[in-house]
Ligand binder design. Sequence first.
Ligand code: MG
Length: 377
Amino acid sequence: MTARALSSCERFNDKVMLITGSTTGVGEAILRAFARKGDRVRIHGKRKETAEALAGGIGEKAAFIIGPPEVPETPAKPVGATDGQSGEASEFAAPRDVPPLGKKIGFTIPAIETLHPEARGVPKVVLFDFDGTISLLRAGWADVMAPMMVAELATLKSGESDADLYSVVREFVDRLTGKQTIYQMIELAAQVELRGGIPETPLAYKYKYLGLLHQRIAHRLDELRSGRAKPEKYLVPGSIELLEALRKRGMRMYLASGTDEEFMKQEADLLGVTEFFDGGVYGALDDYKSFSKGILIERILSRSECHGAEILGFGDGYVEIENVKTVGGIAVGVATDERECLVVDEWKRNRLAGAGADYIVPNYLNQADLLERIIAP
Ligand SMILES: [Mg+2]
């Protein structure tokens, strides 16, 4: 997750999603992703039997419309013209059961960007970052961290405006994203000192931040605990399918996060992904020098589990991308736009590309294609 990921994946909640051309392929994958998150979906395609079977498989949240790519705009039909491209989503106004929802939301088909086609191999070990790479439970964290830091610095009356302080904060929060949270707090303490203040300890700042963040995300955790929401609502789309595909290939998987271990372990359990990580699930410890993503990679290499080139890494922060590239591994940058979880966030993409990512994906809906590109026959 990066500092720019200010909103969660909840934008489409309680709406009905019409995906044109959604009886097969990428359109179908997108439709299923919405359905798994609990959205009501409308399948659209030319073949009735296929649409019917798909709707039957999804359950009561799905219905279908049969028609040509050009969807007519009438009150009884989908709102929003489409160009007929498979995978295009519209908000939908159905007759009778669903109220009109306003204007169309469009997005492009999830695409994989290959930056380094020579980055292919036979990975033995796969390393995943957690927040923003698998989990969306903490989406919006930077929207909590940055204001808290600006408020701390503003009490020092340095003469800087809130906007000035925000740029200062934003720079180091972004730069340190992917490392353990404490590093952002160490920098905050340094910034307080720089302005003549007496800082609290970085650990105290970290707990202050975690308290605020918890208020923000507690309802998401409750939704999962109570079963009101399915894990898919807070997973980067296609995560489970990707993890299953990697497991099937016999790769050893590790989950490594800059978030405190006690919290991220609970969150991984709630999302139902812990079982995939036969290598282990690791998060930040208060003794922050005892663990990092870099240390984990060192350990894996020193135990001779694999060579550096046999490591495949997935991450949305440049720290983990750099770590994997430093040892010669293959890195996939996950530039998810966490508002929609379906398109590439250009800002994240540029940062991840700059860190050396070999591939950029907006999610894992095209995981089969991605693995075909990465894994040498
Ligand atoms: Mg992350």
